[in-house]
Design a protein around this ligand. Structure first.
Ligand code: CMP
Length: 143
């Protein structure tokens, strides 16, 4: 089944100028970009997006990190996009990520791990709607 999922190229990806390399990796893995934008998250917005981690010890540092500079949210589409994107990017901790995954190739740490990906169909719907309006998600983008 064709699915849509949310990815975010994080501040470390942008600061290292790796957006093109990571996008190329995703395209080569068979993902289609259905929508994409560049935004600078406020602490409030980043906190809302990561609210599920509010009680975690790394939460404040995560918000500092996610607001360092602009990020690149994108909606990616393919068969089984949600599990396949998680597989393509690799484990949260790059030290545990499989060879050839985005995080193994480019990430420095559990926090500075280059890219976010939705972890379930329910969260994909919520996270896509967090960054993109219905109008930005129409099938053939006619305006
Ligand atoms: P992400 O997939 O965006 O989901 C939550 C983020 O929190 C995660 O990627 C990392 O950037 C960060 N994170 C998760 N676990 C840890 C950890 N143990 N220490 C520091 N940061 C973490």
């Amino acid at each position: 089944m064709t699915e849509r999922t949310l990815a975010i190229l994080k501040p470390d990806c942008v600061q290292k100028g790796l957006q093109g390399k990571v996008i190329d990796h995703l395209l080569n893995a068979g993902f289609k970009i259905a929508a994409m934008k560049v935004v600078k998250l406020t602490r409030e917005t980043a906190g809302e997006f990561y609210a599920v981690h509010k009680e975690r010890p790394f939460y404040n540092d995560l918000l500092d990190f996610m607001t360092e500079c602009e990020v690149v949210p994108m909606v990616l589409e393919k068969e089984n996009a949600i599990p396949d994107l998680r597989e393509t990017i690799g484990a949260t901790d790059p030290a545990e990520a499989k060879e050839g995954t985005v995080r193994k190739l480019y990430a420095d740490s559990k926090q500075n791990n280059i890219i976010h990906a939705s972890d379930s169909p329910e969260n994909a719907v919520i996270e896509v709607a967090f960054f993109f309006s219905t109008r930005e998600l129409i099938e053939n983008k006619t305006l």
